[in-house]
Design a protein around this ligand. Structure first.
Ligand SMILES: Nc1ncnc2c1ncn2[C@@H]1O[C@H](COP(=O)(O)OP(=O)(O)OP(=O)(O)O)[C@@H](O)[C@H]1O
Ligand SMILES: [Mg+2]
Length: 455
C-alpha cells in the first residue's frame, strides 16, 4: 500500500520542491552525441502503449542499440506491448521497491553513466524512485519528486493554489459530516474523489444528500493508499454541455546553449463519455485566448516542478476560462494522437528530452495541416468477467474496412479484461465531426475483429 501524505507532509513537500529542483537540475546535462560503442540507457518503468511509443522512438529516430541507445522495459505481465520492441525486458511487480531498485541497478550500475528512467505508470514504488533519484543520482524523469505531487490530488491542488492557477472549487473531507458540510457550502451536485486514483476509480457524482455517505465510503474503499481523507469538488455541469477538455503538454528540454527551456505542444482536445480516455484530437477547437491560458498555466506548473521531460496538464475549458484539473509528470494517453499529427510524437519527445538530446523547434509542430486527426480507443467488451486470452485479430477485415488515410494501431496485449484498451483507430478529415465519426466507426468495427478465448 502506498502511504498517503499528511497535511504537514504535503506542505513540506511543496516547500521543498524548489531546493529539490535546483539539486536535481544541477546534475542534468545535455547529451550531444550517441556512441555505438557506449550506448546510453533508457528504461521505461511500465511498458504499455505509452512506453512502447518511447521505446520504438529509439529505433525509429535514433537507430536503436546500434545507433547508441539501449532500451529496457519493465512491466508486471508477460507479453506487454513494449516487451518485444525494447532491447531487454524484465517482468515483476513494480510496486515492490526492492525488485525495482535491483532491476534499475542491474542495467545502470553506475548512475554517473548517461541514462534516463521514464516512469510510465503510477502503480510503482514512487518513494523508492524518489530516493534513487534524489540520493543516489539516478535520472528519474521528469523528476524524482514530481510523482509524489502529481499522484496526490490534494498536493496537486495545493500546488495550483500556491501558483495562483485557476482550478475547480475543492475541499478535503475526513468524515461523512465534513463531506455533508462542504456539499452544503458548494451546493449539489458535487463530485467526490479519492485522494489517489486514476481512471475514475472510486469517484462519484452526487446529486442528492442521501448519496453523500455512500460516495464517501466508495471513495475510501477504492483509494490507493489508506486514510480517511477524500476530495470534494464542485461539479461543473457546463463542462459537458458547453465546455470541453484539453491536455496541454509541455516538454522541458535542453536548448543549443545547454539551458533547460519549455516547448509547448498544441493543446489536445478530448471527450470522455465515461471515466476513462475515449477519443482525442488535434488541433483543438478552443479560442485563442483559452489556448494561451492553457499554455501559460501548464508552463507555470512545469517550471515549478522542473527537471526535463514531458509534462501533461489536464484542463477543463469553458469559453475562454481554463481550470486546471490534474498533472501527469510524463506523457498522457490522450496524447497518443501526436503519433499521427505532430512532427515528433510524445514518446519521441519523452525519449529525446529525458536523455538530454537536442530537440528541434519544429518537433512540436503539427505535421498534417488543414485536417483534424482523431484517435478513438478500441476496447475489449464490457461484459467480460475476469481475464480472457486474445486468440486472434482479423487485420485483413480491418484493413478492407478502413477508409482512405485511416489507421489502426494494435497494441498486441495477450489478454483482456472488461473495457481494456486494445488499440487505437485513427481518422482524418477537414471537418471535425467527419473525422470523429470515421474514427469511431473504425474503432467499433475493429472491436468486433478481435477474437477472445474463454475465461
Ligand atoms: N469537478 C468536475 N466537474 C465536472 N466534471 C468533472 C469534474 N471532475 C472531473 N470531471 C470529469 O471526470 C473526468 C475524470 O476526472 P479526473 O481526471 O479528476 O479523474 P481520474 O480518476 O484521474 O481520471 P483519469 O485517470 O482518466 O484522468 C474528467 O476528465 C471530467 O470529464
Ligand atoms: Mg484525469
Amino acid at each position: 500500500m502506498v502511504k498517503k501524505l499528511t497535511e504537514e507532509e504535503r506542505i513540506k513537500l511543496l516547500k521543498n520542491v524548489n531546493s529539490y529542483r535546483r539539486e536535481f537540475e544541477d546534475r542534468l546535462s545535455p547529451l550531444d552525441g550517441l556512441r555505438r560503442d557506449k550506448p546510453v540507457t533508457f528504461i521505461s518503468v511500465g511498458g504499455g502503449e505509452l512506453g512502447d511509443l518511447a521505446v520504438t522512438a529509439a529505433k525509429r529516430i535514433y537507430g536503436g542499440l546500434s545507433g547508441g541507445i539501449r532500451t529496457i522495459a519493465f512491466d508486471r505481465y508477460n507479453g506487454f506491448p513494449a516487451q518485444d520492441s525494447s532491447d531487454y525486458y524484465e517482468i515483476f511487480d513494480m510496486k515492490d521497491g526492492d525488485a525495482l531498485e535491483n532491476y534499475i541497478r542491474k542495467y545502470i550500475p553506475d548512475p554517473n553513466e548517461p541514462h534516463a528512467i521514464y516512469l510510465e505508470v503510477e502503480m510503482i514504488d514512487t518513494e523508492r524512485t524518489f530516493r534513487l533519484g534524489m540520493e543516489e543520482g539516478y535520472r528519474v524523469m521528469s523528476t524524482p519528486y514530481g510523482p509524489l505531487v502529481c499522484m496526490d490530488r490534494h498536493a496537486t491542488k495545493m500546488m495550483f493554489d500556491m501558483l495562483r492557477l485557476e482550478r475547480v472549487e475543492w475541499a478535503y473531507a475526513r468524515s461523512d459530516e465534513e463531506v455533508r458540510r462542504i456539499a452544503a457550502d458548494f451546493g449539489l451536485p458535487v463530485i467526490v474523489k479519492p485522494v489517489m486514483t486514476s481512471s475514475g476509480h472510486g469517484t462519484s457524482i452526487v446529486k442528492d444528500e442521501e448519496s453523500l455517505k455512500k460516495a464517501y465510503a466508495h471513495a475510501r474503499e477504492h483509494a490507493r493508499g489508506i486514510g480517511e481523507e477524500v476530495i470534494v469538488e464542485r461539479f461543473m455541469p457546463d463542462l459537458k454541455s458547453s465546455g470541453t477538455e484539453v491536455t496541454q503538454i509541455v516538454v522541458r528540454h535542453f536548448d543549443g546553449d545547454g539551458k533547460i527551456v519549455d516547448s509547448f505542444l498544441p493543446p489536445i482536445e478530448h471527450r470522455r463519455p465515461g471515466a476513462t480516455y475515449h477519443e482525442s484530437w488535434l488541433p483543438a477547437t478552443i479560442s485563442p485566448l483559452a489556448a494561451r491560458r492553457c499554455r501559460e498555466f501548464a508552463g507555470k506548473i512545469a517550471d515549478f516542478l522542473g527537471g526535463i521531460g514531458v509534462y501533461a496538464v489536464e484542463q477543463f475549458v469553458i469559453g475562454d476560462r481554463v481550470y486546471n484539473n490534474e498533472v501527469a509528470n510524463r506523457p498522457h494517453d490522450t496524447g497518443l494522437i501526436t503519433r499521427w499529427m505532430l512532427n515528433m510524437d510524445e514518446g519521441g519527445l519523452q525519449l529525446t528530452s529525458t536523455l538530454g538530446l537536442p530537440l528541434s523547434s519544429s518537433s512540436t509542430e503539427i505535421s498534417r495541416k488543414g485536417v483534424y486527426g482523431v484517435a478513438h480507443v478500441v476496447l475489449a467488451p464490457d461484459g467480460f468477467e475476469g481475464e480472457r486470452k486474445v486468440i486472434s485479430v482479423d487485420m485483413g477485415a480491418i484493413h478492407r474496412f478502413m477508409g482512405s488515410g485511416e489507421d489502426f494501431w494494435y497494441f498486441g496485449k495477450p489478454s483482456a479484461y472488461a473495457g481494456r484498451r486494445m488499440g487505437l483507430a485513427v481518422a482524418f478529415a477537414e471537418d471535425l465531426n467527419s473525422a470523429r465519426h470515421g474514427a469511431e466507426r473504425l474503432a467499433h468495427f475493429a472491436e468486433g475483429c478481435i477474437l477472445y478465448g474463454g475465461d
